[in-house]
Design a protein around this ligand. Sequence first.
Ligand SMILES: NC(=O)c1ccc[n+]([C@@H]2O[C@H](COP(=O)([O-])OP(=O)(O)OC[C@H]3O[C@@H](n4cnc5c(N)ncnc54)[C@H](O)[C@@H]3O)[C@@H](O)[C@H]2O)c1
Length: 287
Amino acid sequence: MSLALFDGALAVVTGAGGGFGRATALALAERGAAVVAADIDLAAAERTVVLAKSLGAVGAAYRVDVADADAMEEFAAAVRADHRVPDIVVNNAGIAVLGPLLDTGVDDWERILGVNLWGVIHGSRLFAKQMVERVEALPNKPDKPNYGGHIVNIASAAAFAPTRTLPAYCTTKAAVLMLSECLRAELAGHRIGVTAVCPGFAKTGIARNGTYVGLDEAGQERQRARAERGLRLRNYPPEKVAERIVHAIVKNKAVVPVNTEAHVLHALSRVAPSALRAIARIPAPLG
Ligand SMILES: NC(=O)c1ccc[n+]([C@@H]2O[C@H](COP(=O)([O-])OP(=O)(O)OC[C@H]3O[C@@H](n4cnc5c(N)ncnc54)[C@H](O)[C@@H]3O)[C@@H](O)[C@H]2O)c1
């Protein structure tokens, strides 16, 4: 794919301090985009910007907690004031809460809903508003379906497949998938594209940063180590997910499963949902 593909574009990526977010920011930077890297961990976002600059891109780092409505309002306003309306927004920041529903407390639900769902809602509505305003002010709108901008929301293969191991995580990701489908329908008339990206397991920091409910600290640590080992063994690099994200923007894809298990789960959810219900009873590898 051409390295000048996004020359002149401005891309905002949340959770850009590591994992898919960093890989996506760099894939976009490599293709000419200026990158706004946002993360709750400012130092990590700054490291991403240093890497983007080493690829010849322009970049800026921001600290933002995507779950915080006021902070996201300020962040979106700052992006517009300091740069301009973005062309690409990747709502990527996310966390994992693992373990049975009956052990998942209200605090756990609020934390994961805040980051995984509200974070995507805030990023989608605030930047979509800016994109709509910009495109509607143009005298002529070229026919390209995402001429006005593109929003990518990172869901997960967990959006297709129920499992006893990840009830809270699956719930947030299914919601992100539906949110993205609805938004895509709403924004199509404004020539703004929306994609839900649904990766399977990949080697990032998500397992290390996860919360394992219903366990004491020692049990959590054991599960964390086990989940990290699982992702290491699966060995699917975040850079491959980033390449699929780039492709999805170029092709204006609606839903993009990434890697083998994501494709299998997506297909099963359509043709054999009862098989998925049976699989849901088996503890998933991450647990
Ligand atoms: N790794 C996988 O196997 C996998 C599979 C499917 C989907 N996903 C999704 O991909 C996305 C990225 O996850 P990852 O695997 O790269 O994880 P990661 O833990 O490596 O990276 C997540 C990044 O988000 C940041 N972050 C966390 N909470 C935040 C908040 N409140 N505000 C702003 N930034 C915050 C972290 O600091 C970190 O830099 C998530 O939405 C995750 O659910 C991951």
